[in-house]
Design a protein around this ligand. Structure first.
Ligand SMILES: [Zn+2]
Ligand SMILES: [Zn+2]
Length: 692
């Protein structure tokens, strides 16, 4: 917040005579075509300069439409490390640099300017840099004193600036004061409302513009309103604009059609989006990207992939937005082979140098259980940034490689990268997943003390998990009580999990009550409490919880396990007999269970959540979906290759125990991803250390 004070300082000295304000750098404004470029959050560019400015403003107004970023393109958050380009060279956001720039621009004695153009240029520059309401108002006052709102379209720019600073009222008042408003003035107002998600105000201003002023919209107006409708899922408003677009014959504008496709897609009307897409005379990259993204986001992942193939056949070269969407689709489909194919394509398209894409790729491999592939991709990145390092750390964390995660983190710090709150979330979760209690506590302390990262909800839930895991349930509870913010379901959920593991029914009941209040419709909490009661033999309480669940209309999600084989995902549910190889699978399962019995493994029937007799319980538990998937995997996956299985719920204790023994008896690595984490079973042990 140092900049805010700086802004005040700037305005206090504003108008002081002489050259005392020219601190540090040359006060002479940069002039001409090579003016300093500053990226702003709208993705547009404005040029800072002297005489060049007004010319530049006119150019921007002529090409106003080009300032509107295509709505279909995905904006990737790079973790906040926004870079500001200065004449080709990258400059990290650095307060001192900014401050001196601000001084250079703002500390100008207006009376020294004889030429109106220069004065207007200075105002425009000051507005572009304006970062607080008070400074915007101060500039506004100067504008009123020295120039006219119409000079250099300063009025419109002030309107945009007030909007950006969330001062809609000031913006509207000023807008009403501007005389001879043209289309660009209206666009400033409408796009301002659009950015603030005020769809009704957008539409009101649009009606005033058309009916009171008799003006017709252009591409910018239309795209701004569609974008507001998309963000707020205002389908009716969007349809109304679609009608106007048809009436004005604007549908042939690619950007307008793309915006409408995106609108319909985001509102779930895929049919309308497809019709628009097919009717386009020429689809561009953004059109294809939108179509792939909306299908994937609406759960039609396979159709999204089909569109991606069609796009390639149409010889449209994919870009970052395409690849990130497609990698997301691979994650949804859970097919490792597909990820490998996309990996090859990334290399062929020369996109491997794109850090956003490769980071998404390495995350994907980790999520699909292929940590070795993630590691390989990371090793090939030439200059990994913080996001890439953090993604790799997250991979270690979710696979329960706590020691590696810590080493990796220390190495990351050593090479000069500054960890952020996301990095610490994964680091703490890595400590939690591997039972590194002391290390976790230590990092929780140093994150704020040394790295200045204040703990957030995620960090607290990692710590509660960590303490709960080591059996310090009361310490975990104390930590929750002392949290500076309201604990969320993640935090309470971590404690409930610990209550289950340590069989603490009393605390478990209390925690579950809180969770029921926070998330009354999440069936997982009810199941967890019912599990706690069942494990303690409190059948009456367990059935009460199940009755409550029924009363609230919640159904237990059916447990399924998935395993990839032969370009296909094979799905199993408990007692499944639908698989064509079912007979062989049961035979293999029987054989494996026989071997395990011989090794004296007693089934943990407490994990069957029904109050039924022991024999029946054992029969059900032996047909759990994980067991069927393991048996199938043993039949079809080549020796030496790991069995990679995904389970939609938490793995039960009996299947966990069985997987450990199978890894030993059959000498296979088994990787099971359950709802919470990855379990790597090898040589009779699991990477989770039996806590999950
Ligand atoms: Zn099981
Ligand atoms: Zn495990």
């Amino acid at each position: 917040m140092g900049l805010w004070h700086e802004a005040h300082l700037v305005f206090n000295v504003w108008g002081v005579e002489g050259d005392r304000c020219y601190l540090g750098r040359s006060a002479k404004p940069t002039t001409g075509a090579g003016g300093t470029k500053i990226g702003n959050d709208g993705g547009a560019e404005c040029r800072v300069g002297g005489e060049g400015v007004k010319r530049e403003v006119s150019r921007q107004r002529e090409g106003d439409a080009s300032r509107v970023t295509d709505v279909g393109s995905t904006k990737i958050d790079d973790g906040g490390s926004t870079k500001y380009g200065v004449e080709g060279e990258d400059v990290e956001r650095e307060p001192c640099y900014f401050i001196s720039q601000k001084r250079r621009i703002c500390n100008v004695e207006f009376r020294a300017y004889s030429h109106l153009d220069s004065l207007v240029s200075t105002f425009i520059t000051a507005i572009a840099y304006c970062s607080s309401v008070s400074s915007c108002r101060a500039i506004h006052a100067r504008v009123i004193k020295f120039v006219n709102y119409r000079e250099g379209f300063i009025g419109d720019q002030l309107v945009s600036s007030y909007m950006k600073l969330a001062c809609e009222e000031d913006a509207e008042k000023l807008f009403d004061e501007i005389s001879n408003k043209d289309l660009i003035s209206w666009n400033s107002l409408i796009s301002g409302f659009s950015r603030r998600g005020q769809v009704n105000k957008c539409l009101n201003a649009f009606s005033r513009m058309r009916f009171e002023m008799g003006m017709q919209p252009n591409e910018v107006t239309i795209i701004s309103i569609i974008s507001a409708c998309t963000d707020t899922r205002a389908l009716d408003g969007g349809r109304y604009i679609h009608g106007i677009v048809l009436k004005l014959g604007m549908l042939c504008e690619v950007k307008v059609a793309n915006a409408l496709i995106n609108l319909y897609g985001k509102c779930g009307c895929l049919g309308s989006a497809c019709r628009l897409f097919e009717a386009m005379p020429l689809q561009n990259l953004v059109s294809w990207n939108s179509m792939i993204a909306i299908h994937t986001q609406n759960g039609f992942t396979k159709e999204g992939m089909r569109l991606f193939n069609s796009m390639r056949r149409a010889e449209i070269k994919p870009d970052q937005a395409t690849m990130v969407t497609v990698l997301q689709a691979c994650e949804d489909l859970g097919v490792g082979k597909l990820a490998e194919t996309i990996h090859g394509l990334i290399l062929r398209c020369g996109l491997f140098a794109n850090i956003v894409i490769v980071t998404a790729l390495l995350s994907l491999y980790a999520k699909l259980g292929r940590l070795f592939a993630s590691h390989k991709v990371f090793g090939e990145i030439i200059n990994p940034d913080r996001v890439a390092w953090t993604a790799m750390l997250a991979g270690y964390a979710m696979h329960g490689h706590g020691r590696e995660a810590i080493e990796f983190f220390e190495f990351m710090v050593k090479v000069g990268l500054v960890p952020d709150h996301v990095t610490f979330t994964h680091l703490l979760s890595a400590c939690g997943h591997s039972g590194l209690v002391n290390e976790g506590k230590n990092y929780f302390n140093v994150m704020s003390e040394i790295y200045g990262v204040a703990p957030r909800l995620d960090h607290y839930s990692c710590m509660v998990d960590l303490l709960g895991r080591s059996g310090h349930l009361n310490d975990a509870y104390e930590m929750i009580k002392q949290m500076p913010m309201e604990p969320n379901s993640g935090v309470w959920g971590a404690l409930l999990g610990a209550c289950r593991v340590y069989g603490n029914t009393e605390l478990g009941t209390e925690v579950a009550e809180r969770l029921f209040a926070l998330e009354p419709l999440d069936s997982r909490n009810y199941i967890m409490l019912s599990n706690i009661y069942s494990a303690a033999g409190m059948w009456k309480e367990a059935s009460k919880v199940r009755a409550l669940m029924k009363e609230r209309g919640l159904i237990r999600t059916t447990g399924c396990s998935f395993i990839e084989h032969g370009n296909e995902i094979h799905r199993f549910v408990v007692g499944d007999q639908s698989h064509p190889e079912s007979e062989k699978i049961y035979k293999k399962l029987e054989e494996v269970i026989g071997k395990i019995r011989a090794a004296n493994f007693v089934p943990k029937t407490e994990y069957v959540l029904h109050d039924v007799d022991e024999e029946l319980k054992e029969d059900m538990i032996n047909k759990h979906s994980e067991k069927l998937a393991i048996a199938f995997g043993l039949l079809v996956v080549n020796a030496g290759m790991p069995l990679i299985i995904t389970k939609n719920l938490r793995i039960c204790g009996d299947c966990h125990g069985m997987a450990k023994l199978v890894s030993l008896i059959e000498n296979r690595t088994i990787i099971i991803r359950d709802m919470k984490r990855f379990h790597h079973f090898a040589n009779g042990l699991c990477s989770c250390g039996d806590y999950w």
